[in-house]
Design a protein around this ligand. Structure first.
Ligand code: DX5
Ligand code: ZN
Length: 227
């Protein structure tokens, strides 16, 4: 099982995205948080910014849509060339249709769950998705503390993925540090979003390697105990 580290540019210098992307070249994907000030009480950037990032980024884009009406807006991000587009389960009544549309355009389709959302209704839908994002903070802001209460959701997803032999990436997002990444890895995550812990580090490349090592040595099934 691969370990992926996706730095979130929500914690980068908004006036210098191109040079900030250069500091995280050793990561796997670039996590881009799209917020509409309706689904979450914060506003970031939209499609125009993503189209430009797509041109200059040395890494593929992992788009996290924290927006209402993904039926209407999500396909545009796939058309812009994003590698992966993840929308929130709470923002739609028809996640399968959105996912199929994303896949038909050529993007990986992801579904995100807020910390309080019950995962049960989504377990049977897993073959429709390439990734499930388990929010480990309430979506909307960087720099919050990891919520360990979300780990049972992750463990249920990992069990379902293994039982059905699926290739679905399990992503965690929010409060991931060199400590909390061990807990999330042990519970079954393989893809880790980290904003402040990477861009707040003096040496982002060294922090990316540290996160990667800690996750790999604590990953689910590796025989390690949760810390
Ligand atoms: C929060 C965003 C996260 C955020 C994580 O709503 O989805 O991607 O950037 O930031 P940190 O790693 O600082 O918690
Ligand atoms: Zn995010």
């Amino acid at each position: 099982m691969a370990t992926r580290i996706n730095p979130s540019i929500l914690a980068a210098d908004f006036a210098n995205f191109e040079s900030e992307l250069g500091r995280i070249r050793s990561a796997d994907l670039v996590h881009v948080d799209i917020m509409d000030n309706h689904f979450v009480p914060n506003l970031t950037f939209g499609l125009g910014m993503v189209e430009r990032l797509q041109q200059v980024s040395p890494l593929p884009l992992d788009i996290h849509l924290m927006i209402d009406d993904p039926e209407r807006w999500a396909p545009g991000y796939a058309e812009a060339g994003a590698f992966s587009v993840t929308f929130h389960a709470e923002a739609t009544t028809d996640p399968v249709t959105v996912a199929r549309r994303l896949r038909s355009i050529g993007a990986r389709a992801g579904i995100a769950l807020k910390p309080g959302t019950d995962v049960a209704p989504y377990l049977d839908l897993l073959p429709e998705f390439d990734q499930v994002l388990v929010m480990t903070v309430e979506p909307g802001f960087g720099g919050q503390s990891f919520m360990q209460s979300t780990m049972p959701t992750l463990a249920q997803l990992r069990a379902a993925v293994e039982k059905n032999g699926l290739d679905v990436w399990l992503q965690v997002d929010g409060g991931i540090t060199e400590q909390t990444i061990e807990i999330a890895a042990a519970a079954g995550a393989d893809t880790f979003v980290a904003g402040s812990s990477v861009f707040g580090a003096e040496n982002p490349a060294a922090q990316i390697s540290l996160l990667r090592e800690r996750a790999a040595s604590h990953r689910h099934g590796a025989g390690n105990l949760e810390s």
